[in-house]
Write a protein that binds this ligand. Structure first.
Ligand code: COA
Length: 461
């Protein structure tokens, strides 16, 4: 059966067990694996690598597109397998199907797989029989020409195809083929709630005004939407908005993309991976023909490319853990030190978007944490890259505002009522000291220190 998935017959004798394929990976190697936000990742071979660590010294440097699923990052880390892990949480193991030319058809993600396979000395292919061969045609593999005279990426619409449907590698590099029955880990996005709906409503009001003022077209322009429950829920809120013929030029396509397709609101979605909850995943991949013509998955170098994001004029909607009075955003480090997930593509989009929007709930951990703080404890997106901030309290449009005006807009619109007086007080005392961007420096991170020491950001609580 699997021979139908390997259309270049000369590769049939490369089929072997995961343990045999994993034995090609030696201690100290750099290994590139497919996988992007838990979609389309290698599974059988990394499990076999973890198995080997029980009885031999084995340590590798691992490069993927983003996170990988099935608990493998944790298992590999705990087994002491990972000397170095890049980029989000490199000999390759790729889970794909193989064409007559020996080229590789990815599954639910492209991520870094094309570049990893092209630059690898040897390639191990994992073919998952859990995914149908009808995924062929979903992908658009465009490899930019070599520098120094690299030509512009010829992509001017989200629905355009500019590359191949498979990763074009020399079949002689395929060292092993492993047949597996694993499927991708489902996402665990939470359902929308009153606060995410309020965030969506603020955004819908803002978009409606922009359309009315002639600054945005009626279909808004290509949307990029970040990962996680909040961004997914906010996007799903567009199902009831008065905008039609939407398009997406994004990185990770979550459940909300398919809700918008089903609601007839979304015409086309371009991404680098599809990451779905268990129920949505079963529905979408069980009825894939319904969506296939309206979808494309690209290498992350193209999905996140500054040139393309800027040319298309995307609207980037990403999630902040916290933002400060002046609009600096922390999306990655809790308390300035503990990594949550990683920056992902949010920086690529925020810097180059037509409109860079960050959303978050105004409080976290039952109100012990304010997501609006005097100074962020880590900066992922500087005030210069942030146009719009939205919490369930309201929306601050920071475009064209000087620092003190930004602070005013943020206090008036975004901070939770329980924290408003404290933030007002901080800002007033900061302004008394003066400066372009006023701060009471010795207090700027006091909310975080309070939280660390007392479990709440305010001493009065
Ligand atoms: N301080 C500490 N913890 C905070 C916090 C803050 N200011 N704000 C939120 N949190 C906690 C939440 O309480 C929650 O904790 P839990 O998992 O223990 O319940 C967790 O962070 C996740 O927050 P949640 O409200 O569920 O939001 P989310 O699922 O939408 O995730 C991010 C939010 C920021 C973690 C996520 O969007 C992310 O990793 N972003 C960075 C990468 C990115 O933007 N990529 C986009 C391109 S693909």
């Amino acid at each position: 059966m699997y021979s139908e998935r390997i259309r270049l017959a000369s590769l049939h004798d490369k089929v072997m067990s995961a343990a045999e394929a994993a034995s090609l990976i030696k201690d100290g190697m750099t290994v590139g694996m497919s996988g992007f936000a838990c979609a389309g990742d290698a599974k059988a071979v990394p499990f076999a690598l973890v198995e080997r660590t029980g009885h031999e010294p084995l340590s590798i440097s691992l490069i993927t597109g983003a996170s990988i699923g099935n608990g493998l990052d944790k298992l590999m880390a705990e087994a002491g397998l990972l000397a170095r892990r890049m980029p989000f949480q490199a000999d390759p193991a790729l889970r794909k199907a193989i064409t007559e030319d020996g080229h590789i058809v990815p599954t639910a993600s492209v991520g870094n797989s094309a570049n990893l396979a092209l630059f690898a000395d040897q390639v191990i292919v994992e073919i998952s029989l859990r995914y149908g061969a009808n995924l062929e045609g979903l992908h658009d593999i465009y490899i930019p020409p070599e520098r120094p005279e690299r030509s512009p990426i010829p992509l001017v619409r989200p629905d355009q195809r500019i590359g191949a449907t498979a990763i074009p590698i020399d079949p002689a590099k395929i060292a092993a083929i492993v047949i597996s029955e694993y499927s991708d880990s489902p996402s665990n996005v939470l359902p929308p709630d009153g606060e995410t709906q309020a965030i969506a409503d603020h955004l819908i009001g803002f978009f409606a005004n922009e359309v009315e003022a002639g600054r945005l077209p009626r279909n808004l322009g290509p949307l990029q939407v970040g990962v996680g429950s909040i961004a997914n829920a906010v996007m799903a809120g567009l199902v009831d908005a008065p905008f039609e013929n939407l398009s997406m030029y994004s990185e990770v396509l979550q459940d909300s993309t398919f809700e918008l397709f089903d609601a007839g609101k979304l015409d086309f979605a371009s991404g680098s991976s599809i990451v779905l909850s268990a129920a949505r995943g079963a529905q979408v991949f069980g009825d894939f023909e319904r969506y296939k013509e309206r979808l494309v998955l690209r290498p992350q170098e193209i999905s996140n490319h500054p040139e393309v994001a800027r040319r298309l004029g995307i609207i980037g909607i990403n999630t902040a853990l916290e933002f400060d009075l002046y609009g600096n955003v922390n999306s990655t480090h809790v308390g300035g030190t503990r990594m949550m997930n990683g920056i992902g593509g949010s920086g690529d989009f925020a810097r180059n978007a037509q409109l860079a929007i960050f959303v978050t709930k105004s409080i976290a951990k039952d109100g012990a944490i304010s997501s609006v703080v005097p100074m962020v404890s880590h900066v992922d997106h500087t005030e210069h890259d942030v146009d719009i901030l939205v919490t369930e309290q309201g929306l601050a449009d920071l475009r064209g505002l000087a620092p003190r005006e930004r602070a005013r807009a943020i206090i008036d619109n975004c901070v939770h009522p329980e924290y408003r007086a404290a933030l007002e007080d901080y800002f007033a005392r900061a302004c008394e000291r003066g400066g372009q961007t006023p701060h009471v420096l010795e207090e700027a991170l006091s909310w975080h220190i309070n939280q660390e020491r007392r479990g709440h950001m305010l001493t009065t609580a």
